[in-house]
Design a protein. Structure first.
Length: 294
């Protein structure tokens, strides 16, 4: 069935939803996006995703041509128009069409595109038995090159790292920052558990401020699990008791091996499973926003 796409205020059949070949989103990766889950016909943590979208847009001096309130309505309308019960929303804002060249003053009409679709997930087996990871040679963007907090349309270094993973037979890959410390994976945040403490790289280390990451941190704190954001190295992961990834599509995925080195006992860890359970319970509550303000 053809999808109904929101594009600049209109809901159009997929074949009619078009943007210019001069759009700087296409020409230069100039824009921002969000990936959002739909559970039980409700858009999950939409407020948080919209906040991150507008913050990212502001950071690249991209003025989104509608208010966050109108954007919220547009997302909900697109999900309803496509009768999505469980799925995924891709929200994209491009710089708009302009002259060839990087000058943003010669572009106009940023394009707002909303796609509501089904979602492809990691195979079930990974949740039961855990995922293997490799460390990619491609590093995360230097924060002074492109702030990792901005979920920009330019994902090439993540794509290159993901290719390295695929070449090595893994579905995800670990990315280090310019200092050689752990930042995150190509499309997921990473956590380790050591001696009962949950640890994850900070934004300064090159991690995207994942919405799932934040939800898991809050759920852990509520369950009296200590959470820290220290510098983490590959060695810390090799020596961890447990490791897992978080992301909108992934939710909470156990990791059992990095670079052929077994983590913990080589099985999904207890705290990982507890946090996955808490996260799924949180989804089931139908809460619209995170537990406490950031
Ligand atoms: N890091 C990167 C690079 C991502 O693209 C994503 C989203 N796929 C994440 C982390 C996870 O963020 P979220 O929980 O908001 O999906």
């Amino acid at each position: 069935m053809s999808a109904i796409i929101y594009i600049n205020g209109q809901l159009l059949p997929e074949a009619e939803a078009k943007i210019s070949v001069f759009d700087h989103g296409l020409l230069y990766g100039d824009g921002v996006f969000e990936g959002i889950r739909v559970y039980n016909s409700k858009v999950f943590l939409l407020k948080e995703h919209i906040e991150r979208l507008y913050e990212g847009a502001a950071a690249i001096r991209l003025e989104i041509p509608l208010s966050p309130e109108k954007m919220t309505i547009a997302v909900n309308e697109t999900v309803a128009a496509n009768h999505i019960d469980g799925g995924y929303v891709r929200l994209v804002v491009t710089r708009g069409a302009g002259a060839l060249g990087l000058d943003i003053s010669r572009t106009s009409h940023p394009q707002v595109i909303i796609i509501a679709a089904n979602i492809s997930l990691y195979p079930d087996d990974i949740y039961k038995n855990g995922m293997k990871l490799i460390t990619a040679k491609t590093i995360r963007n230097h924060p002074q090159a492109l702030n990792p907090r901005v979920k920009s349309l330019n994902y090439l270094n993540n794509i290159l790292a993901k290719i390295e993973g695929a070449d090595a037979g893994t579905v995800e890959a670990l990315m280090l920052n310019h200092e050689g410390n752990v930042a995150e994976c190509t499309g997921d945040n990473i956590f380790i558990v050591k001696d009962g403490v949950l640890k994850t790289p900070s934004g300064e280390a090159g991690a995207l401020m994942g919405i799932t990451r934040e939800a898991v941190i809050q759920l852990a704190r509520k369950a009296n699990i200590p959470v820290e954001e220290p510098t983490i190295t590959c060695n810390d992961i090799y020596a961890a008791d447990e490791c897992f990834l978080t992301g909108t599509a992934a939710e909470v995925v156990p990791v059992i091996c990095l670079d052929d080195k077994q983590i913990g006992n080589g099985k999904p860890g207890e705290m990982t499973q507890k946090l996955l359970k808490l996260f799924r319970e949180f989804i089931a509550t139908g809460e619209e926003t995170l537990l406490s303000p950031k």
